[in-house]
Structure formats: C-alpha cells, structure tokens
Design a protein around this ligand. Sequence first.
Ligand SMILES: [Zn+2]
Length: 156
Amino acid sequence: MTGENRIAPPLVLDAMLGRLARWLRLMGYDAAYLVDTPDIVVVRVARAEGRLVLTRDRGLAARRAINAVLIRSQALDEQIEQVVAEVGLPPEPVTPRCAVCNVPLVPVEPSAVRDRVPPYVARTQNEFSVCGQCRRVYWPGSHWRHIREKLDGVEG
Ligand SMILES: [Zn+2]
C-alpha cells in the first residue's frame, strides 16, 4: 500500500450488473448503466465518454478497444469489494448519486421534504438529499452504514 488511494474513473456497467450499478451510485461512483443494451452500445458509450467498463462477460472484458474490468463474483458484496480494491474509491468529495438516474444528490432542508417521506422517517431523520432529475428523496439509512463499513474496511 502506498497510502494513496486510487480514485475510480467514470464507469459504464453491462446489462448484467444493474444492482451493482445502483449501489455504486449511492456510494458516489459515476456509474452509467444501460438496461437491455447490447455490448456494442456499451463499447460505444465507453469510448465516447472515456468510461471504464465493468462486465461479467469475458468476451466483452477482452475487447481491445476499451478498458474493462471483469467482475468475477455474482454476489453483490464481493462485486463491491472488487470495485473498491481494483478500480478505486469514489471521487472526492464523495457525493452520493441517485440510484436510478446517476445524478449527484443535492442536500435539502428537512422541512422541504417532510411531507414526501414516511412519517417515521420524517420524525427520526435530519439529513435529506434529493435527485434533481427524478425528485426522489434520499436519507441516511442502514444502507449508508453498510457502505461506510465497506469503504472503511478498504481504507483501514
Ligand atoms: Zn433520480
């Protein structure tokens, strides 16, 4: 270890990695994901936007025209560990992105979203963010703790 952590480049995930894409976005990675998209389009996006391809497909990973990482595991936890270890950490400052839109979330005052979240959440949470594109509201739940533990595990 050099003590200097690598920062991940923008990513594009193949059609088999939708769940991983949503988690990486919440972790702050720029993770494009194209639903039901043939490999040729993944390659085109990777080249046009300078994205690193994450794929479960050996054939796609071996393409010379792109930079790609073959994701070895089918288990989400192991997939995330591989990304953090081999691709790098999310860009600083770490800004969670919408799991659906891949757009950075914007912090908002609790009063702005109290009527748009479940009553229990409104009572117990003070930190909220919204997606400027789909307007979904996010708050730190158990998944944030889970994510933080993963990142700390690697950095530690
Ligand atoms: Zn969104």
